[in-house]
Design a protein around this ligand. Structure first.
Ligand code: GLN
Length: 238
């Protein structure tokens, strides 16, 4: 059982949405907290279980169309995630998990399916599957270095006035309109896999900082920087 004082990282529905190693986001957050002496625990919430309302950071990953529909139905019925976000908890939602945070997304035949309405976005099927590396420049207000990751999705995402674009797409498709991802309050949505937080440790620290209420001191990022440089170089124009 998690102790009362530990930072609680909640990994939502590993049995439905957990493609491309997105679960690594939970490990990265846990490790980066512990390396600063912050006690942290990852709570796995399977789709048959209630989503705890007392988490500090919620994570949800990518997945196939049908499990995505099921996840949206269960999250809506459960309500725990809505209550946690209303309390001010942070969240990183990736790809299928990002799409279901909106009002609607494309199902397995492209049909509109109801999302859970936590972000002012709506997704639908795009003209072609977006597959490959993604590079994007983050909104200046977040003060983060270039985002790197990879994407694999059919959906495109339109942003409403209640969210801001997370970044401007440099390589790849992202939302499909020149932007990649979005944020509102302490909630971030993105198409980035990689896992996103292994490729972008500064994004992990942004979430951790929101959760603990202060900017965290730097730690040695030699290995993640090597990975970032290698991936960014792989898609740089010759
Ligand atoms: N099924 C969604 C799409 O294709 C999400 C895919 C994913 O999570 N990789 O847009």
């Amino acid at each position: 059982m998690p102790s009362d004082s530990a930072l609680r990282i909640v990994w939502i529905y590993p049995d439905l949405l957990s493609t491309y190693g997105d679960q690594g986001n939970a490990l990265v957050l846990e490790q980066r907290a512990k390396r600063r002496g912050i006690e942290a625990e990852v709570v796995h919430v399977r789709s048959a279980d209630p989503v705890p309302e007392t988490g500090d950071i919620y994570l949800i990953g990518g997945g196939e169309d049908r499990p995505q529909i099921l996840a949206a139905q269960r999250l809506r019925r459960d309500g725990g995630l809505h209550r946690a976000i209303a309390r001010g908890a942070a969240m990183l939602a990736v790809c299928a998990g990002y799409q279901i945070m909106g009002s609607t997304f494309g199902g397995e035949e492209g049909q509109p399916v109801d999302g859970i309405g936590l972000l002012d976005i709506s997704s639908s099927r795009g003209p072609a599957r977006a597959v490959g590396e993604l590079v994007a420049e983050v909104d200046a207000s977040l003060n983060l270095p270039t985002l790197t990751g990879f994407e694999n999705h059919m959906g495109v995402t339109a942003l409403g006035p209640g969210v801001k674009p997370l970044s401007r797409t440099v390589v790849g498709t992202g939302n499909g309109n020149g932007f990649e991802g979005c944020f509102a309050g302490h909630v971030i949505g993105t198409y980035l896999h990689g896992p996103a937080l292994a490729r972008n440790p500064a994004l992990a620290d942004l979430l951790l900082g929101w959760a603990v209420g202060e900017t965290l001191p730097p730690i040695d990022d030699t290995w993640s920087n090597l990975l970032r440089q290698e991936r960014l170089k792989a898609v740089a124009p010759a």
